[in-house]
Design a protein around this ligand. Structure first.
Ligand code: ATP
Ligand code: MG
Length: 319
């Protein structure tokens, strides 16, 4: 029985080896690495020992094997991952710009990842579920959007809370229905895990505190804003807690937010008190960026505890 359930894309990621490298000319790329935002999230939740499961579709290829074996090693229940004969596992190519931003070429919607639909949500997926997590980056076609909406209903019926990371990607907003589904899931969200860019998309022109307050006014439990190298800010109706980031050499930022979210939700599932959960999530994000590969920097609870026990240096500014 999994306390934490997610759905969505399992991918391989293949990344540029040089900052400034472009997709418009040949260059060296590294990979395949196991990836996909919900996969990174659930891998981390599994490593935390919280009991985790994912429903997803993969191809009948070795990219699928790479991912499934990896998730199993992390303690994730992969019985709800469907291998689709004749389909290829999804992929994402990424390049890094000098300003820290990234460009992607996704093959998701027309890969096996795009074939997940509500019929993949077997009733026993939600037996014992306490948190159902949705990634905005998964809502790329009507089948996946329907699966997310259906998952929210089944999870609610099982008494679970809904966590949502909007994870807006400009490449995905061009797809039909994405915006409408993001708004629909937002309306059902208890625990919202946006980045600054997500807040700007959800509440254009508002500063972060104002946007967070207005998103909380909708009655949700809490909002945890991810601010990259600055750290994170937690909001609920009573309090605002800024947690400065740990100093970390950023080798590869991809997946830090998903790892951070997986740590936070798993900490709640494990009954870890809020101040410690925030420290653990920040520690997980700081460790995640130190390694190349979207989930290569994921860590167990014991590894995070050991990191925090060294009293690692952190930024002076509180976000
Ligand atoms: P993603 O690109 O995966 O969607 P995100 O925007 O959702 O990322 P980030 O804010 O980049 O998430 O990272 C999540 C958390 O990880 C941050 O709130 C912070 O605690 C930690 N973190 C990220 N980058 C760094 C860094 N360079 N140094 C230290 N900690 C970091
Ligand atoms: Mg993110």
């Amino acid at each position: 029985m999994a306390q934490i359930v997610t759905i969505g894309e399992i991918l391989v990621e293949i990344m540029a080896t040089r900052i400034g490298q472009s997709f418009t000319e040949p260059g060296l790329f590294m990979g395949p690495y196991p990836s996909g935002a919900p996969a990174i999230f659930i891998d981390q939740a599994g490593r935390m020992g919280a009991g985790a499961a994912i429903a997803a579709c993969v191809g009948d290829d070795e990219f699928a094997t790479l991912n499934i074996e990896r998730l199993r090693r992390s303690g994730v229940d992969t019985r709800f991952v469907r291998r689709v004969a004749g389909a290829a596992t999804g992929s994402a190519f990424v390049t890094y710009r000098a300003d820290g931003s990234r460009d992607f070429v996704f093959n998701i919607a027309h890969s096996a990842a795009g074939l997940l639909d509500a019929t993949d949500l077997a009733p026993d997926l939600f037996a014992g579920c306490r948190f159902f997590h949705v990634m905005g980056s998964s809502l790329i076609n009507p089948g996946l959007a329907q699966a997310a909406r259906c998952g929210v209903e089944l999870a609610r019926a099982a008494g679970a809370r809904i966590s949502f990371d909007p994870n807006i990607r400009k490449e995905l907003l061009k797809l039909p229905e994405v915006e409408a589904t993001i708004r629909a899931i937002l309306g059902q969200t208890d625990i919202l895990l946006p980045s600054d860019a997500d807040l700007e998309y959800l509440c254009p022109g508002q500063d972060a505190d104002t946007a967070a307050r207005s998103l909380l006014a909708a009655g949700r439990e809490c909002l945890l804003l991810k601010r990259g190298a600055l750290g994170s800010v937690y909001y609920d109706r009573e309090q605002r807690i800024g947690t400065p980031a740990f100093l970390s050499e950023e080798v590869d930022p991809t997946g830090a937010g998903d790892c951070f979210g997986g740590t936070f939700v798993a900490s709640l599932a494990l009954g870890i008190p809020l101040p410690r959960a925030l420290e653990l999530a920040n520690a997980a994000g700081a460790l995640a960026v130190r390694k190349k590969g979207p989930m290569e920097g994921n860590a167990t609870l014991a590894e995070l505890e050991a990191f925090l026990a060294t009293d690692p240096p952190r930024r002076q500014e509180v976000p």
